[in-house]
Design a protein around this ligand. Structure first.
Ligand code: SF4
Length: 354
């Protein structure tokens, strides 16, 4: 297909496809699906070889959120029967992180429910990072604490946070349909704050919430504009007790097309297969490894994933290899970008770091 040749050429040059090309990926037929996966695989292998990075989630604080994100089992008024607890102590969080590291994870993602952290919460997370680093000096630490206030990104960076996750989730045009307590622009601002503070930005999507192809392409192009280093692609887990319960819109083939579209739009970013992969890709999960270069190992925030050993077996069976701690995930040109270019103080509208 001319379309796929064009997309591969552009992906190898780190060039964006057009909107129409991205939409055309989502509109491919089942007969074309393996060609789409193979084309995305060429781009994936150019930037990440056959490596798969493993990431491990630690839910520091679960449930009882005052926000109303309709896809979330931890939202205001959620009736989902999930675990609810307040902040894990640093030692408890380090124990959880150690389990992931022992399973092969090179990044630990510290997540807390809520609109955003208080300054005391930033202290707590800083203590937790110190406890994790005491045991695992080289592990990458990502924080996901919601909307960041003034100065909080800088404090997290100083505490040793390597990356900050805040997903855009869906298009700006449909954001109001999934959340009324904060706006798309608030999320964009937090990703920008994290980057400005020198953290590696992680921001992605949730597919399967009633969005159109245009919405999916819009949000992925919005991500490309923000240029995150990692892009998690979640597929809705429709928890009972949430407004999106019973929403089953995806097929395994559509999930693969969505992943391929994200790969073509963000060719050299760490595209991470995230929540809902077992539910929606089902027996096609191994094909997704030809497109993504990163997955979460084990369980998600409030639901259980397949056994960690099953993930490792799947990676080996499909002919991929788990990325070791000594390997830099990102391609050289992007890894260099992790050096924090100053975007505060003299010459900017932000206060200096002093
Ligand atoms: S802010 Fe986070 S934890 Fe709270 S409802 Fe939204 S997604 Fe869930």
């Amino acid at each position: 297909m001319d379309l796929l040749n064009t997309l591969v050429d552009k992906g190898l040059r780190r060039e964006a496809p057009t909107r129409d090309e991205a939409l055309a990926v989502l509109a491919t037929t089942d007969d074309q699906l393996l060609d789409v996966v193979a084309a995305a695989g060429k781009v994936r292998r150019q930037w990440f070889g056959r490596r798969v990075k493993l990431n491990y989630l630690v839910n520091l604080k679960s449930g009882l959120c005052p926000e109303d994100c309709s896809y979330c089992s931890q939202r205001l008024g959620s009736k989902a029967g999930i675990l609810k607890y307040t902040w894990l102590k640093p030692g408890e969080a380090a124990d959880a992180a150690s389990a992931g590291v022992a399973g092969g994870a090179k990044r630990v993602c510290l997540v807390a429910s809520g609109r955003g952290p208080t300054d005391r919460d930033v202290d707590r997370v800083s203590e937790t990072i110190a406890a994790i680093r005491e045991r695992h000096a080289d592990v990458e630490v990502c924080a996901c604490l919601g909307l960041l206030g003034e100065g909080q990104a800088e404090r997290l960076r100083e505490a040793g946070t390597d990356a900050y996750n805040h997903n855009l989730n869906t298009s700006e045009a449909t954001y109001r349909d999934i959340c009324t307590t904060h706006e798309f622009g608030d999320r964009v601002s937090t990703v920008e704050r994290a980057k400005a503070a020198g953290m590696s930005a992680c921001s992605g999507i949730i597919a399967g919430m009633g969005e159109s192809d245009e919405d999916l392409v819009d949000v992925v192009f919005a991500l490309r504009a923000l240029d995150p280093d990692s892009v998690p692609v979640n597929f809705l887990i429709p928890f009972e007790g949430t407004p999106l319960a019973g929403t089953w819109e995806l097929t395994p083939r559509r999930a693969l097309r969505i992943l391929a579209m994200v790969r073509f739009v963000c060719p050299d970013a760490e595209v991470r297969l995230s929540g809902g992969r077992e539910l929606h890709l089902r027996s096609l999960q191994p094909l997704a490894l030809h497109i993504v270069n990163s997955i979460f190992l084990g369980d998600y925030l409030t639901s259980e994933g397949q056994a960690g050993q099953a993930d490792l077996d799947m990676i080996a069976d499909a002919g991929f290899e788990v990325e070791g701690a000594e390997t830099t995930t990102l391609p050289e040109h992007r890894a260099r970008d992790l050096v924090a270019v100053r975007r505060r103080g003299a010459g900017t509208e932000l206060p200096p770091n002093a």
